[in-house]
Design a protein around this ligand. Structure first.
Ligand code: GLC
Length: 770
């Protein structure tokens, strides 16, 4: 890092190396052999991380480094292109970090291969400002260089000409983010998101960098407004900067993308295994305006034989958009509709926004005001006021435990009513009267601070409040769905990508966006199927349900004012296609569930970009229109209107069409017929994939049988089965099977674990592709 001054001395204590420079200190900590933290306390002496909690650190400590050695070095001789410099070197069992006498930090493999070196030249920002913005800057007494280069936290790293970048959460754009720039500032922008957008609802400052034959990760843990330039201003480097906070960089080794993702999620936490039903199909619309509306939609799904778990309750169910209230006039007595539809297998999922209506006599307003639970004005004299759906509103200060507990108490009341899952929205936080001023006062637990620091973790804290309350109260695995998030929020919530639109390019963007979220630790994610804003078309909806068939958050949602988006609105052909893919999703549910269970162990998502498993294959580096489900299925959806033949790429190996069993040799492109209603899906040779029978919803009947889909070679499968709802699996209450299927279909079953009270399957059958 620049401006450190000369190195004065250093001291090693355990896994930690403290280096004193003329102007600042730098602390390097080896958390494991492959996770190294570089901390420059510019703003505070402690990390104050929201992504890496005490409990995360305890877990990481269990895989602490095998060795940590420190020594002074005269120069680096590995021929990495950097000029020889003296400094200190720290080695773990896997990595080497060299800190030069000027404070530059370079990361190597133990064999001396440079993974990431600090850029020694000067940064030269491109001036992209328009004439009026320039005038404004001048009037404020700034230069352009000031605004880009004048940030207190900076890290500029040299990149190889053929280096590729992945990650950064929900950002729009392609899988490979090289040559683009981004900002981390949670943003609710209702216009049509496109690949030039720098920020969306979530801030996940985690970047995966892939060079020839290796990969590594950079996680800049800082909640202030931050920026990434990924070789846009200069292909020689990538630049990170932040408005405030510390340089708190976790260098994440692992060599392969899979291992880097595994290490990142070891550090920031893994999404807990969800309840089985939550992975099923959900229907929603902002504008289901009465119990009658919800009931009719729910009944129609059953009547048409399209499986469905929930018809979700958007803000219409509230009384005047007051959170934790119920609109009795249009929705009847609280809880009654839940019971009625519960009898038909529907689970109630309700939206809860943070904005609390300012209104005398309204219990949330009274309690929040009296308890001092809301954000305060910059001079800390009054509660801060902005506006959201209910009009003038206050914002709960979720950074404090007492506020989270207060919120949690009301979440528990919803659980008492029968609510099964909570959908958190507008928690960037959104505001209709201009953005929240940066100096609005809030707390990080006991410490008074401002919105500048808290903005990007507002949704994170809200999700944590909701998750903790539900977990403690119900003992079940909570489903919390959140729009805003930070790194680490995956421990508490699933995510969706907010307000997309019924546009073909939004359907196409879904693939890189969800793959990216998965690589950033969010395995349970989805987009609004059919598009939220604008009007969908029959063909677009049909292609959208095909492409979403393997989504872990599988929901059709649309906005008030747009045309209704239930499949039957588009005629028989679309309804039939819709039914086919929703049913297919349910058949593959045990595979998705197995992958979610494995994710708790390895951190890998369900939906994966091909580059994750085929790192040596350049075709996959920016392949945006195909994805893998686990390792065994490859999905090539049609995302272009009018297209009836698709160009498909299959990577190395042999693959079989799921539909026809046709055998394909990999590492080549070919054309596949893809009429409307037909999405190309391929099964990797040697796979065994578990499948359920058809069902209308999870819980309709006991799941007493399993099918094993195999390719002609046979193969083996470790399959997980539990009660689907609570945490008893963590105490061993699950069945674990190993199925070895040979080329003739003959199968051997080994029980690897037996549950206390989960009845094993009564039947199994083998479905062979040929
Ligand atoms: C926001 C959400 C959307 C929701 C709407 C009304 O726009 O992103 O999903 O339907 O608010 O609550």
């Amino acid at each position: 890092m620049k401006d450190m001054g000369k190195l004065i001395d250093w001291k090693k204590k355990g896994n930690e190396l403290r280096i004193r420079f003329e102007h600042r200190e730098m602390i390097i900590t080896a958390l494991t052999d492959e996770i190294i933290n570089v901390f420059v306390p510019i703003w505070s002496d402690e990390h104050r991380s929201k992504a890496v909690e005490e409990s995360d650190l305890k877990r990481v400590a269990k895989s602490g480094p095998t060795s940590v050695d420190v020594k002074a070095v005269e120069e680096i001789k590995e021929g990495n292109g950097l000029r020889p410099e003296a400094g200190v070197e720290l080695r773990t069992g896997k990595l080497k970090v060299k800190i030069s006498n000027e404070g530059c930090v370079d990361f190597y493999t133990l064999e001396g291969k440079l993974l990431s070196g600090e850029y020694r030249g000067e940064r030269k920002p491109i001036i992209t400002l328009g004439i009026w913005e320039m005038e404004l800057l001048k009037a404020e007494g700034h230069t352009v260089a000031d605004t880009v280069l004048g940030k207190p936290v900076n890290d500029v790293r040299a990149v190889d000409p053929d280096e590729h970048f992945y990650g950064l959460g929900d950002k729009m754009g392609l899988l490979d983010k090289r040559s683009y720039e981004y900002e981390n500032w949670n943003t609710d922008d209702p216009s049509a998101h496109n690949e030039q957008y720098r920020s969306l609802y979530k801030s996940v400052p985690f970047l995966i960098c892939k060079k020839k034959e290796c990969a590594y990760g950079l996680f800049y843990d800082n909640t202030f407004h931050s920026y990434f330039d990924l070789g846009k201003e200069n292909p020689e480097y990538m630049a990170y900067s932040a408005e405030d906070g510390n340089l708190d960089l976790y260098f994440i080794g692992g060599e392969s993308i899979k291992k880097v993702v595994g290490n990142y999620t070891l550090l920031t936490g893994r999404a807990p295994l969800p309840q089985l039903w939550t992975l099923g199909y959900h229907q929603c619309r902002w504008g289901y305006s009465s119990a009658k509306d919800i009931r009719e939609v729910a009944e129609k799904f059953r009547e048409l034989g399209i499986p469905c778990e929930s018809v979700q309750y958007d803000i219409d169910y509230m009384d005047g958009y007051r959170v934790f209230t119920w609109n009795e006039k249009d929705y009847g007595k609280p809880g009654e509709l839940f019971k009625e539809l519960g009898a038909k297998g529907y689970k109630p999922v309700v939206i809860i926004d943070p904005g609390t209506k300012r209104e005398k006599g309204y219990f949330m307003y009274e309690e929040g005001t009296e308890g001092g639970f809301f954000f305060r004005n910059s001079d800390d004299t009054e509660d801060y006021v902005n506006a959201v759906w209910p009009g003038e509103a206050n914002y709960p200060d979720f950074g404090r435990k007492e506020v989270r507990d207060w919120w949690g108490k009301h979440i528990n009341e919803l659980c008492d009513m029968g609510v099964a899952a909570i959908w958190n929205d507008m928690n960037e936080p959104a505001s209709f009267n201009g953005p929240l001023p940066l100096d609005v006062v809030g707390y990080d637990e006991e410490r008074k601070t401002t919105h500048r620091e808290l903005h990007n973790v507002y949704g994170h804290f809200m999700a944590k409040a909701t998750y903790d309350a539900m977990k403690e109260y119900t003992g079940k695995r909570p489903l919390v769905i959140t729009r805003a998030a930070y790194a680490g929020t995956q421990k508490y919530a699933a995510v969706w990508t907010g307000d997309n639109q019924s546009l073909w390019f939004h359907l196409a963007m879904m693939i890189p966006q969800l793959c990216t979220l998965g690589m950033c630790g969010y395995p349970v994610c989805g987009v609004d199927i059919g598009g939220f804003g604008a009007d969908t078309t029959p063909e677009l909806l049909a292609r959208w349900i095909e492409a979403s068939c393997f989504s872990t958050f599988f929901r059709n949602h649309s906005a008030n004012g747009c045309i209704r988006q239930e499949p039957w609105k588009f005629g028989k052909e679309v309804t039939d296609i819709y039914r086919k893919y929703v049913k297919l999703h349910y058949r593959f549910l045990p595979y998705i569930y197995d992958l979610m269970h494995e994710e708790e162990e390895n951190g890998l998502p369900v939906m994966r970009p091909l580059v994750m498993h085929y790192e040596d294959d350049e075709v996959t580096y920016n392949l945006n229109d195909e994805f893998l489900v686990g390792e065994k299925l490859l999905v090539a959806p049609v995302v272009t209107p009018g297209e009836r033949v698709r160009k498909v790429y299959l990577p190395e190996g042999t693959w079989y069409s799921l539909w026809t069993g046709a055998k394909h040799r990999g590492r080549r492109f070919f054309l596949e017929e893809a009429p409307l209603g037909h999405m190309p899906v391929y099964v990797k040779a040697g796979s065994v994939i578990p499948m359920y029978e058809e069902m209308s919803y999870v819980g309709e009947k006991p799941i007493d049988r399993i099918s094993l889909l195999t390719t002609p070679e046979g193969g083996s499968l470790v399959h997980y089965q539990d009660g689907g709802e609570d945490f008893s699996y963590r105490e061993g209450n699950y069945n674990l099977y190993r199925f070895d299927v040979d080329g003739t279909g003959k199968t051997e079953i080994t029980m690897l674990n037996e549950a206390q009270d989960v009845k094993p399957y009564d039947y199994f059958r083998v479905i062979r592709l040929h």
